[in-house]
Write a protein that binds this ligand. Sequence first.
Ligand code: NAD
Length: 356
Amino acid sequence: MNKNIAVIRGDGIGPEIVGEAIAVLDAVAEKFGHSFTYTEAPMGGNAIDACGMPLPDESLAKCLASDSVLLGAVGGPKWDSQPSHNRPERGLLQLRSGMELFTNVRPARMFDVLSAACPLRADIAAKGIDFVVVRELIGGVYFGEHRTETVDGRQKATDIMAYAEHEVRRVAHVAFQMAQKRRGRVTSVDKANVLDTSRLWRRVVSEVAAEYPDVELIHMYVDNAAMQMVRDPSQFDVVVTENLFGDILSDEASQITGSIGMIPSSSLGEGTRGLYEPIHGSAPDIAGQDKANPIGTILAAAMMLRYSFDMAAEADAVERAVGETLKAGYRCGDIMDEGGILVGCREMGAQIRRRI
Ligand code: NAD
């Protein structure tokens, strides 16, 4: 197969980690007889420096013309004084809505060999952590009206949370279809005892569930879900929730698995094209020092193979190579443990490539 991948290297450690992910994709192409071409699309602080805006029209056009997009990370102290409409992270929001990516999928999976990095009690970690958080990405309170006004001499702020039926339905389908390929269980998280948006959410998710009789549906309040995630994460398979709850729960989910440098994420829309990236930021404190852990970005590339290109065997090969590299003892600084072999970003990438 021939695939055209738009590449946003971004800022800070972005170029280093994306370079390693591309080298892994090239190893996959060689082994499985595919051809991947890469189109550079500048975004973030480097794009502000080059042309005054975080997401140039040309970059969005390249992403829309691609089969999928691979992103490092954007931002850094150099651009912190930019006005909010022109910050590097704004480019990310523009890209998500420009590509109409309404779902974010973040796996929370703990590699057995890294269980020492899990902050949960050993008996809880021993039961394993392997679930995905499916988050609605372009609706809810983040995209509602925001207003600050003065009423009777006092400041008052309002943020409106709104959901339409179709916005819930489409993300619910993604969750149920994902559960069919996993362990067949969806936990839908809401606050239906308080919020109208949550009552709508619960009704629509239940309707969608009727189309997937092979998948079990559980409804859970968000406060309980936050607690259950640290009490017994092994109970979760696919967690589906709205934007704000998903933002918080997906961070909790990644923390319980260990290092931030290990976790990929994908954002999907109606078709097969997606945006794939690690969950961490541009880590300016270690940029340019060959210290960044490239595994989150390499696993993001594996997700691209699986979800956008329907290349399951190829994705398995990458995930297996990462597991074997960790088992052989190789560690970047963020996941270093006693007896580990400390390597930099480039060497970690090379070790993974060798095992494809
Ligand atoms: P960060 O995720 O960049 O870094 C937090 C800590 O984790 C740092 O100590 C960093 O060195 C470490 N870390 C992160 N990724 C690592 C990796 N792959 N390997 C080893 N260590 C790693 O978060 P931050 O410091 O809050 O933000 C830095 C910049 O990134 C900010 O400008 C922020 O706005 C931006 N940001 C961008 C994205 C994105 O592009 N999607 C996401 C979050 C933050």
